[in-house]
Design a protein around this ligand. Structure first.
Ligand SMILES: NC(=O)c1ccc[n+]([C@@H]2O[C@H](COP(=O)([O-])OP(=O)(O)OC[C@H]3O[C@@H](n4cnc5c(N)ncnc54)[C@H](OP(=O)(O)O)[C@@H]3O)[C@@H](O)[C@H]2O)c1
Length: 242
């Protein structure tokens, strides 16, 4: 039943409220100025979604807005005032059908061992990668519940594998996974997916591994259709690996 409701909206890219003219479904995508977030925003826009996008750097975000027709709000997802502005924008568009917590940081670079991990950096990373996604969920959950919407939290294989140097980043993604898992149980009317998108050729991977090693990873433009398909199929909540 839940599956049919969102599918009917997304397949036709319309939000169907009885008695009201059809309107486009609405998604908020964080970290949409480049990499996976930009690729997903472009794919959703092509599919007829109305978008709110955010990232800290205004120039990249403005270009993304030009390409997608999105409402763009520049700021840091770890800033409560910025989160309030995003929630207000979502509310003004009638609530969200989809929240994508994609914005994320890598933490200390070069990747240090846990024994040497700078704790201030780790605390900041937890704010960006864990607390901010939860804060956005809390701030938009009313509309998501009303629309029986979906939440995608972008995770990583570093959440479940023990790669040397990836402990700081990986523990934030493990926390995001567990947050998602419990949310899925507590909010049975929502679809909640925590998604490992696989290695992608983005600035984050270049920062971590260098240009040469990152060059063989997937193009995020090739990963975005996997997420759009996930949204359309609306499987049960759970961890998803590309
Ligand atoms: N690339 C990979 O191989 C890989 C693998 C597994 C998972 N992931 C995950 O995929 C997601 C997207 O990463 P990506 O590879 O596409 O990286 P990316 O190219 O570096 O893009 C990150 C995006 O997030 C934004 N962002 C970062 N920190 C932010 C903050 N505090 N507030 C608002 N926006 C912020 C960035 O813009 P600004 O810097 O201008 O804010 C940018 O738009 C992340 O969650 C990452 O952990 C990536």
């Amino acid at each position: 039943m839940t599956e049919e409701i969102l599918s009917s909206r997304t397949d036709a890219a319309t939000r169907l409220t009885p008695g009201a003219p059809p309107s486009r479904p609405t998604a908020l995508v964080t970290g949409a100025s480049r990499g996976l977030g930009l690729a997903l925003a472009r794919a959703l826009a092509a599919d007829g979604w109305q978008l709110i996008i955010t990232a800290r750097g205004a120039p990249g975000l403005e270009e993304a807005a030009r390409q997608t027709g999105a409402t763009a709000l520049a700021g840091d997802v770890a800033d409560p005032e910025h989160l309030a502005r995003l929630a207000q924008a979502a509310s003004e568009l009638g609530g969200l059908d989809l929240l994508v917590n994609n914005a994320g940081g890598l933490g200390a670079v070069p990747l240090p061992s846990l024994a040497a991990y700078p704790l201030d950096t780790l605390t900041d990373l937890l704010r960006t990668n864990v607390v901010a996604p939860l804060a956005l969920i809390q701030a938009t959950i009313r509309g998501l519940r009303e629309r029986r919407g979906a939440v995608i939290n972008i995770s990583s294989d570093a959440a479940v594998e023990a790669y040397e140097g990836w402990g700081g980043y990986g523990l934030t993604k493990a926390a995001l996974d567990q947050l998602s898992h419990v949310l899925a149980v507590e909010e049975p009317d929502l679809a909640v997916w925590w998604v490992d998108p696989g290695e992608m050729r983005t600035r984050m991977l270049v920062d971590a591994l260098g240009e040469q090693e990152a060059a063989s990873a997937s193009d995020p433009e090739a990963v975005a259709p996997f997420l759009v398909d996930l949204i359309k199929r609306r499987p049960a909540s759970g961890r998803v690996t590309r």
